[in-house]
Design a protein. Structure first.
Length: 296
């Protein structure tokens, strides 16, 4: 009796193994065929059936069979490189201001624009059809749109503050002679007060002396700052130049987005719907290809 149970169990396990192997083989055959026929839409479906069902077919789906899909984990870079051809072609029309650099197989950096000092804006995740934006760069662009609504530019406040500081420093340089004359005058007044001070100095004399000492210290502090003012002004001017360039680049980026999408909000919406929009475009292309083959 025990032997029969063991035999039955062995048959069940054998059938389970055969079934799992058949599922894996079927999956690999379907993926291989989709790649051979350049059916990128089917490749994406096979790589993430759950997401495909939700965003393309608008139906609920069982979770992905990770045991099957993990069979091609070690081909992720190669699959990304293969799928990037049509994706980047599509993005070139949909996001004409983005440029891509494959820095290693299947990995792509995004650059915003083809102008000087363009910004590296993040990476393109080909397998998941999404942008992985650099959050610092992205938030800067987002903030620039918010400020534009107030007729302000991203670095306007910083530039104005630095410019005001340079004006103050320039005044220190320009009024060096006046400070020296004032310093000599205060020293003379202090000398006069000291000569009239006795053992019992009046409170008025004492207050006057303290005020003159304070004024003298202020002049000396200004003179100390004036000695390095010219160098500080030059450094500040370089900062202002860099900030102005950044403003210019951000204005290019804003114009590119507005010209293409109309608003930053519509740009964000397109980003969220990129997977669905792209795969729908593949559906249309693939169906058109099938129709051509049928006509032939």
């Amino acid at each position: 009796m025990a032997s029969k149970n063991q035999d039955s169990k062995a048959v069940d396990v054998s059938q389970e193994i055969e079934g799992r192997i058949a599922t894996k083989v079927k999956y690999l055959q379907e993926l291989n065929y989709a790649i051979d026929q350049h059916h990128d839409r089917d490749v994406y479906r096979l790589l993430d059936n759950q997401r495909y069902a939700k965003e393309i077919e608008h139906r609920k789906q069982q979770p992905n069979d990770e045991g099957v899909m993990s069979l091609v984990d070690d081909l992720a870079d190669q699959l990304s490189s293969y799928l990037s051809v049509n994706l980047i072609k599509y993005l070139g029309k949909t996001y004409p201001f983005f440029y891509y650099e494959e820095y290693q197989t299947g990995h792509y950096r995004i650059y915003f624009g083809n102008w000087w000092d363009r910004r590296r804006f993040g990476e393109l995740d080909v397998l998941n059809v999404r942008f992985s934006f650099d959050q610092t760069e992205y938030q800067m662009l987002n903030k620039s749109f918010e400020l534009a609504r107030k007729n302000k530019r991203y670095n306007s406040d910083r530039i104005n503050k630095i410019s005001s500081e340079n004006d103050r420093l320039q005044e220190l340089i320009d009024h060096q002679r006046e400070r020296e004359e004032k310093r000599q005058q205060i020293q003379a007044e202090l000398k006069d007060i000291n000569s009239r001070s006795g053992l019992f100095e009046s409170s008025r004399n004492r207050a006057t002396r303290e005020e003159l000492v304070t004024q003298l210290q202020k002049l000396e502090d200004q003179e100390t700052e004036a000695r390095t003012a010219a160098q500080t002004i030059k450094e500040n001017e370089q900062v202002v130049l860099a900030l102005s360039k950044e403003n210019t680049i951000l204005s290019y980026e804003q114009k590119s987005i507005i010209d293409t999408f109309g608003s930053f909000e519509d740009f964000e919406l397109a980003n969220r719907n990129l997977y669905a929009n792209y795969l729908k475009s593949l559906s249309a292309d693939q169906d058109a290809g099938k129709q051509v083959n049928a006509d032939d």
